[in-house]
Design a protein around this ligand. Structure first.
Ligand SMILES: Cc1ncc(COP(=O)(O)O)c(C=O)c1O
Length: 486
């Protein structure tokens, strides 16, 4: 019997063992990985094994050396990135897909859920009949959307940029707060990072429509083709939402592709208190959202929506591939799909940059199916409330300063005291000490030139009492640091 065959029939037992290790991990009783790095590095840094150790030893090493020394990202108090640990539903579904459907094509239940979950996302966020495609994250989702924008802009000039390349300068207008993946998309699409014109923002971090209009007019006067306007529905830094309606109307006026980066913030539309801020979504030509951010999917899934996927097909076609035709005889009008290989389903491989790709939709399906729109809304509102509760603490306490009124679930604030001469340096030091305590792990950023402590409440496991804990820790460390400096 081959070594491969020896494992057959043992998944239930093996997954149960790994599941036990993950349940233990999720209690977060372990110290940060770095504190034991000598042990796990020594155990794991092995020479290339010529002979395998077998699955039981692999599971043992996973349980003893790998899982307990994982990342802090899934901790409830981790608020530094806009990413989080996957919920159980999403994790289980992704694991199932890795075995039961290693590809998203063919007439299978997984292929069906790829499309159904995209449709559910569009319905949940009020995107009407927009059609989607999954990719690995916001970076690629923005690239796919801007690929469509490039296609559309050049087709209006009678050219096919995907086939022939670009032959003239174009401009993309994005706020100075936009995610840097927009610039990278410009590089990858052959129009250059410098084609991205940074549009100034107001003090809340929102794009100024007047400045947008001037930038487009300047480019038109210089013979540069306006290719796309990119607005944020939730910036990474502060959660700001650009004035989508005003920007969308400018896009219409100049007939420029209107893209909305909602990688983080699109789910905020579920919070009815904020729905006014999302007016203008209906004007978008493309929108992205990352289920692996606020929706709690395991990392590796973003969705790009456009009105008609045929523009994606023209932008990303890999040209015909005979082996991707399916086995149905299309010449025979009476032919029925009788096997999952007869039909490859929606040709996602022609709508984006990936051919082989995991079934991402099943994870999104699982997490929406588990808690429904109402559960999702409850989570979004809870996290937005957490940012507002923190803002309230700042208003009430003399030693805390709110640097920006929260829009979504990010709150930018800092510690202050008359005894501190350099608040930027002090707060940087405070956060360094805070994260070493390993319970509350926010990031820092700059807001209108000032260093801010920036928690982004996002994880499905983040609960409201965490805000009080974070405030108490910041105040305690602030007092300690002031005392130490005297
Ligand atoms: C607004 C926004 N767009 C795009 C991205 C890139 O997403 P990803 O890290 O999934 O590639 C991020 C990441 O935080 C983001 O916040």
């Amino acid at each position: 019997m081959s070594q491969d065959k020896a494992e057959t029939g043992r998944l239930q037992e093996l997954l149960a063992r790994v599941g036990g290790g993950l349940d233990q991990f999720l209690k977060f009783e372990h110290a940060d990985a770095i504190s034991r790095q000598q042990n796990w590095r020594a155990a794991l840094l092995q020479p290339l094994p010529q002979q395998g150790v077998g699955i039981d030893e692999v599971v043992r090493e996973l349980l003893e050396q790998v899982i307990p020394n994982g990342s802090p990202v899934s901790k409830p108090g981790f608020t530094a990135f806009i990413t989080t640990g996957g919920t159980s539903a999403s994790t289980l579904a992704s694991t199932a897909a890795s075995i039961a459907s290693p590809q998203r094509y063919m007439a299978t239940a997984f292929n069906l859920l790829e499309e159904l979950s995209l449709d559910w996302l569009a319905q949940m966020f009020g995107l009407g009949a927009m059609q989607g495609i999954y990719s690995s994250g916001g970076s690629v989702a923005n690239l796919v959307a801007l690929g469509a924008a490039r296609q559309s802009a050049f087709e209006k000039l009678g050219r096919d940029p995907a086939r022939d390349g670009v032959d003239r300068a174009v401009g993309i207008y994005a706020s100075s707060e936009c995610h840097h993946t927009i610039q990278r998309a410009g590089g990858v699409l052959g129009i250059g990072r410098r084609a991205i014109r940074p549009i100034v923002c107001d003090e809340q971090g929102r794009m100024l429509p007047g400045a947008l209009r001037s930038a487009i007019e300047q480019d038109l006067a210089a013979g540069v083709v306006p290719m796309a306007i990119v607005a944020n529905a939730g910036t990474t830094n502060t959660g700001a939402i650009d004035p989508l309606l005003a920007i969308g109307e400018i896009a219409r006026e100049f007939a420029v592709w209107f893209h909305i980066d909602g990688a983080y913030g699109l789910p905020g539309v579920l919070d009815e208190r904020l729905s006014h801020a999302y007016r203008g979504l209906e004007l978008a030509d493309s929108i992205i959202v990352d289920p692996h951010k606020w929706l709690g999917a395991s990392v590796g899934v973003a969705a790009t929506f456009v009105h008609d996927r045929s523009v994606l097909e023209r932008a990303f076609t890999q040209e015909a591939a005979d082996y991707l035709e399916g086995t149905l005889d299309h010449a025979d009008a009476s032919a029925q799909i009788e096997h999952s290989m007869d039909d490859f389903g929606v040709p996602y491989f022609n709508y984006g940059t990936e051919l082989s790709a995991p079934c991402r939709g099943v994870g999104v399906w699982a997490l929406i199916r588990e808690i429904g729109v109402s559960g999702m809304r409850e989570r979004i509102v809870r996290h937005n409330d957490m940012a507002r509760a923190l803002a309230d603490y700042c208003r009430q306490h003399d030693n805390l300063e709110l640097l920006l009124e929260p829009t979504l679930s990010v709150c930018c604030f800092r510690y202050r005291s008359a005894a501190i001469s350099d608040l930027d340096q002090f707060n940087q030091k405070l956060v360094r000490r805070l994260i070493r305590e390993d319970e509350f792990i926010p990031s820092t950023t700059r807001v209108n030139g000032q260093l801010a402590i920036r928690p982004c409440f996002l994880g499905a496991r983040a609960e409201s009492d965490q805000v009080t804990g974070l405030v108490q820790a910041v105040l305690r460390i602030g007092v300690e640091l002031v005392a130490e400096s005297n």
